[in-house]
Ligand binder design. Structure first.
Ligand SMILES: Cc1cc2nc3c(=O)[nH]c(=O)nc-3n(C[C@H](O)[C@H](O)[C@H](O)COP(=O)(O)OP(=O)(O)OC[C@H]3O[C@@H](n4cnc5c(N)ncnc54)[C@H](O)[C@@H]3O)c2cc1C
Length: 267
């Protein structure tokens, strides 16, 4: 079985973020990290491949990212978790791509991998925790012309058919599609494994392939600001929060808290 897992390198959520003069998020900071929701996607991809015999002969789990040079760190983390190979598509012309243009680059890379050795599944996370559009997996499926199944919490692949389970607040759905298919997974079902020392050491020896736009055969006009149908009109830092009351201390501050809450109408 061949599984490709799309992983994004994102600014750490706990760190301050800044915007450049063009209104876009400044990326590539020291604490940028593998998008947490993509760890769930990788876990789902690894479990599905393992059920088919991964890491045995003929099985492969590839982590794939599109991003600037530091995005290779997301791939290293994916390799330490257990992926067998990694592909980094990086090219200055990709800068300024919106979700659809990003999906075009991912699709070109998946198509190239598929031509080398057929891909059964592409797994993506629920969202990138920086952009948060949740558009990329659907756009990727559309560009590839492959079926898409969303928010899976269980995955099986047998006889060329991909089956997933999705749970809503009122019912459970079982969906199937012919492979190859693009899936996105929920953040509820696939608790990601933690890379151990052996995995981290082994990751250093695993291959990371770097491709440019030309390598994946994509016209530069399809990406970057010119290939994007959306543009950032305006962006501003979040204003400082005002009007906060910080109560510190011990049991003696409880009356002050009660007083404050009753003034606000909570009593
Ligand atoms: C006009 C415009 C200009 C932009 N310019 C830039 C720019 O210069 N540089 C920049 O980095 N961003 C830029 N962005 C943001 C960029 O388009 C988004 O980061 C990207 O489209 C993914 O969006 P998302 O986080 O909402 O992904 P979602 O759709 O929320 O992600 C869902 C899943 O798709 C997969 N995925 C998403 N992105 C990637 C990726 N890059 N590689 C691998 N898998 C992925 C992951 O599995 C992820 O969990 C720009 C956006 C706009 C609108």
């Amino acid at each position: 079985m061949r599984v490709v897992v799309c992983v994004k390198h994102v600014p750490d959520l706990q760190s301050p973020r800044s915007l450049g003069d063009d209104g876009r998020l400044v990326r590539g900071g020291d604490d940028d990290t593998l998008n947490e929701l993509d760890e769930d996607a990788l876990e789902a991809g690894l479990r599905t491949a393992e059920a088919a015999g991964f890491p045995g002969e003929g099985h492969d789990v590839t982590v794939l990212t599109v991003g600037p040079a530091p995005a290779v760190e997301a791939l290293r983390r994916g390799l330490a978790m257990g992926a067998s190979t990694a592909v980094h598509v990086t090219d200055e012309q990709v800068a300024g791509s919106d979700a659809i243009a990003t999906a075009r680059v991912l699709a070109a890379a998946v198509a190239k991998l598929h031509a080398e050795q057929p891909v059964d599944l592409v797994v993506a996370g629920m969202a990138g925790l920086d952009g948060l559009t949740s558009l990329v997996p659907a756009a990727l499926a559309e560009v590839l012309g492959w079926p898409q199944l969303t928010l899976a919490d269980r995955i099986t692949v047998a006889d060329g058919v991909v089956s997933v389970r999705r749970e809503t607040s009122t019912h459970v759905e079982e969906l199937t599609a012919p492979a190859p298919a693009v899936l996105s997974v929920t953040d509820q079902a696939f608790r990601a494994r933690f890379p151990n020392f052996k995995g981290i050491m082994a990751a250093r020896k695993k291959p990371v392939t770097t491709w440019s736009l030309a390598d994946v055969g994509l016209d530069p006009a399809a990406v970057g600001p010119d290939g994007s149908t959306t543009r950032v009109v305006e962006a501003a830092e979040h204003p400082e929060r005002t009007g906060r009351v910080l109560v510190t201390g011990d049991a003696e501050t409880v009356p002050a808290l009660v007083d404050f809450l009753s003034q606000k109408g909570f009593a």
